[in-house]
Design a protein. Structure first.
Length: 662
């Protein structure tokens, strides 16, 4: 840590710790036990209150305590501790997180990411992480994962999984952080219950990192701001948030350069009203508006490799998309405990700008010409770039969903439902789901689940027109049919969960050589595949102060695009109040690729070890230490756009945190 940063941190620490003497509320961070976690309510899988055992999907949940134990900094890092999922860095626009889910590693948004039930995935790139590549854990109360299809409730992108991030709305906290590689951050949350009908909250988090040095002569800096607010007035709810992230240098569009740029912004506001809310019936409506902006530029060609120009050539998108959503949700609980959920959703998605950022441009012809006379002196935004005009498209979607929960006996429950999505001028999809849950004893639960999900093509696939790809307006949606057999064994201090899944993947969109344009590619629905595997997770409360949590995933078939075929985690936690310590490990199998641009990528299996320790200074305050990649393991992740396929992983990072609740 730098000396000045240390002084700043300990000044903040002293002020917060002094303030803790006047705080009166107890710190509940370390109170949740294994049995509490297993019984925690989860709504993401069915829109009815369920536990992990009774939910009609394969579910993984992280509460505030378990997130702290894992020592992660961003919500996307939690994927590494979910069976069937992984998250690595890759190359696209700013080295944003890449999703690996059930043998599929693609960049088109096959996992739906939501914040408080509101989708982040948008219509231009499809991936949530392009526009929100860093979601700080300081604002998170709980994260719920669906492993497998979720389109029956959530439509497009809920393809191989859903991540729902639930933020804090009732906390009063101050926190500060400082770490290696010039990392520091500060966050604050405040909430107030004014009376029975009026409540408000707000939170803000600022994070910054200078980054570590890489052999390519670059760093991986980060700047991030997250702000959220809410106001409840009787049955009316107002919500809003703003997120801004910069990821410069490192890697962008397959090139390493100090000139690389990536800036993304995401804004959201919603207004919801409960029309009917009593013990049996709920009817609510909501209108929401979100705005997504990206301004990016990556190294395409080094000046040293260009005979016609001496300066590097950088290029990237300057795009903006908006989403207007109208939702109506209805639920009714019958006297025989049957429950019906139904709803309607209208979405109007627009790409309202499709400009280009470049440092070479001919103002006369309106074309990008990489020759010295057309050098602009710096990366600039070219408005109304002719080649991108078709990207300014509008998607209108009308959706209807319904679900029945049928408790046919004390031991057997049936969920039946589906969703119909009509995307105007693109495609229509019916996504059915059925789940049978049988509990022959208190300890054993068996589930048989079938569901279908889809992903609608995005504007980049339909209408792109750049130096690499040409869009295809004839594309149709990708879809997957998934069958799961689940057995869960759960006693007071131990549970074990097994999921066998069988995926039939159809009409996957891939890039193929263009039939009429040399050295260019287009998109086609060409790939059908089968992916089968097993996912295991378990937790054992060995002693009152010691617990073990582990996961293991094994695919039986070769993954789509090179990704991990086997991976596992193990977390050991010691709760020795007022101190808490955990050690976590992530193991990934080898990945070997041949024939990629005549190069060979080979990454042997590797183990990453992290640790977290927390100490309660008072009932209201604690200090914690987090260590990622403890032994500074060097490893690479595969990305097909790079000449050698290798994207360097994150090296050892150490950070010190202080939190005060008041």
């Amino acid at each position: 840590m730098r000396r000045n940063d240390s002084k700043h941190f300990f000044c903040i620490f002293f002020c917060f710790h002094t303030a803790s003497l006047f705080a009166t509320e107890s710190n509940e961070l370390f109170t949740m036990q294994l049995e509490d976690l297993l019984e925690v309510q989860v709504d993401i899988a069915s829109k009815t209150p369920e536990t992990i055992a009774s939910a009609p999907s394969s579910i993984t949940i992280f509460n505030e305590k378990s997130i702290q134990l894992l020592g992660v900094e961003s919500a996307y890092e939690l994927m590494n501790f979910v069976p069937g999922m992984q998250s690595t860095r890759g190359d696209w626009v700013g080295a944003v997180p890449k999703d690996h889910a059930r043998g599929v590693y693609l960049d088109s948004g096959n996992i739906l990411v939501m914040i408080n039930g509101e989708r982040i995935n948008e219509s231009s790139f499809g991936k949530a992480s392009v526009y929100m590549p860093f979601i700080p854990i300081e604002v998170i109360d709980k994260v719920e994962f669906i492993r497998g299809p979720g389109s029956a409730l959530y439509g497009s992108n809920a393809f191989l999984g859903v991540m729902n991030i639930i933020t804090k709305h009732t906390d009063n906290t101050l926190a500060a952080m400082i770490g290696t590689h010039g990392k520091y951050g500060i966050s604050a949350s405040i909430s107030k219950q004014f009376n029975d009908d009026l409540m408000g909250f707000a939170s803000i988090t600022v994070n910054q990192k200078e980054g570590e040095n890489y052999p390519q002569g670059v760093k991986d800096p980060l700047q991030s701001v997250y702000f959220e607010f809410g106001l409840d007035i009787a049955e009316l709810q107002l919500r809003g948030r703003y997120n801004q992230v910069e990821l410069n240098e490192f890697i962008n569009l397959a090139g390493y350069s100090k000139q690389n740029q990536h800036n993304s912004e995401n804004s959201f506001v919603s207004l919801a009203y409960s029309i009917i809310k009593n013990s049996t019936t709920e009817l609510a409506t909501k209108i929401a508006y979100s705005d997504h902006k990206i301004a990016s530029a990556g190294l395409i060609l080094a000046g040293a490799d260009n005979l016609d120009a001496s300066d590097d050539f950088l290029l990237g998108p300057d795009w903006q998309t908006t989403d207007l959503n109208l939702d109506i949700d209805y639920s009714h609980h019958f006297n025989n405990d049957w429950v019906i959920n139904a709803g309607y959703e209208y979405v109007n998605s627009k790409q309202i700008s499709a400009d280009v950022r470049t440092n070479y441009y001919d103002q006369v012809s309106g074309e990008i010409i990489v020759e010295q006379p057309y050098y602009l002196g710096a990366v600039k935004t070219i408005k109304d770039y002719l080649a991108f005009k078709n990207l300014k498209a509008t998607f209108e979607t009308h959706s209807l969903y319904t679900q029945l929960k049928l408790p046919l006996s004390h031991q057997f429950t049936l969920f039946v439902g589906g969703r119909y999505d009509d995307v105007k001028n693109i495609d229509s999809k019916l996504s059915p789901r059925i789940a049978a849950i049988y509990q022959p004893s208190l300890a054993n639960t068996v589930k048989l689940q079938y569901g279908e999900s889809f992903r609608t093509p995005v504007t980049n696939e339909l209408y792109s027109n750049d130096d690499v790809t040409v869009g295809n307006t004839n594309l149709k949606s990708e879809y997957v049919k998934t069958t799961e057999l689940v057995w869960r064994y759960q006693v007071e201090n131990w549970y074990f969960n097994t999921v066998f899944f069988y995926n039939q993947l159809n009409d996957f969109i891939i890039t193929v050589p263009h039939a009429f344009k040399t050295n260019m590619f287009t998109f086609e629905n060409q790939l059908d595949d089968i992916n089968r595997g097993i996912e295991l997770d378990s937790q054992w409360q060995v002693a009152p102060i010691f617990s073990l949590t582990g996961t293991f995933t094994q695919y039986f078939d070769k993954p789509m695009n090179p990704t991990f075929k086997r991976f596992a985690t193990l977390v050991a936690s010691f709760d020795m109040k007022p101190m808490m310590v955990s050690v976590n490990t992530i193991w990934r199998d080898r990945v070997s690729v041949t024939g990629h641009d005549a190069a060979k990528f080979s990454q042997p299996s590797y183990l990453l070890i992290g640790a977290a320790a927390s100490y309660e200074l008072t009932e209201q305050s604690n200090i914690s230490l987090k260590i990622h990649n403890f032994f500074d393991k060097h490893y690479d992740s595969f990305d097909p756009r790079l000449a050698d396929g290798a994207v360097a992983g994150v090296s050892r990072e150490i950070s010190l945190h202080y939190q005060l609740k008041f």
